[in-house]
Design a protein around this ligand. Structure first.
Ligand SMILES: Cc1cc2nc3c(=O)[nH]c(=O)nc-3n(C[C@H](O)[C@H](O)[C@H](O)COP(=O)(O)O)c2cc1C
Length: 146
């Protein structure tokens, strides 16, 4: 069995750097969650109440993902990396997770943030990785800490 690192990174590529480092360390496959409609900087300007990120959050919208992981069930461990948005995983990560059967897979979430702690990120992710053997989450600054 093998390991997959999945990640979403939007602003500065901080999460992407950690995810790529982790995939190299674990000799894991790597999959980037890319929204069908990529985020512009205006979309991420959360100061504006009407920015896309805020509209998606308030309406709890699904955010369609481009591409798919080829046979997720070949992996026994999946690391899922993302920036903390509004205290938890961005909607696009939840939309990604909902599309797969997680039965028996160990899920380790890792996140970067602008200062927030990991909070209830793992608990909030659980409904989207139904059947996972276990789910935990950690705030990280580098791949070596994971
Ligand atoms: C829409 C949005 C919401 C965010 N919400 C939070 C938050 O609740 N807490 C926090 O510490 N940082 C928050 N951030 C900052 C990001 O988590 C942080 O900059 C992250 O490291 C960016 O990673 P990236 O460059 O891989 O996208 C938010 C950023 C955006 C764009």
């Amino acid at each position: 069995m093998s390991t997959l690192v999945v990640y979403f990174s939007a602003e500065s590529g901080r999460t992407a750097r950690v995810a790529k480092g982790l995939a190299a360390l674990k000799k894991a496959d790597l999959f980037e969650i890319i929204p069908v409609k990529p985020y512009t900087s205006a979309d991420l300007y959360y100061i504006n109440p009407l920015a896309r990120c805020n509209r998606e959050k308030v309406a709890n919208k699904d955010v369609p993902v481009a591409g798919k992981v080829d046979n997720l069930r070949q992996y026994d461990t999946v690391y899922i990396g993302f920036p903390i948005w509004y205290g938890c995983a961005p909607n696009v990560v939840n939309t990604f997770c909902k599309a797969y059967d997680w039965e028996g897979i160990t899920v380790h979430a890792f996140a970067t943030s602008g200062g927030s702690g990991i909070g209830k990120t793992a608990e909030k992710l659980m409904p989207y990785v139904k059947g996972a053997a276990s789910v935990d989450a950690k705030l990280v600054f580098s791949a070596e800490e994971i």
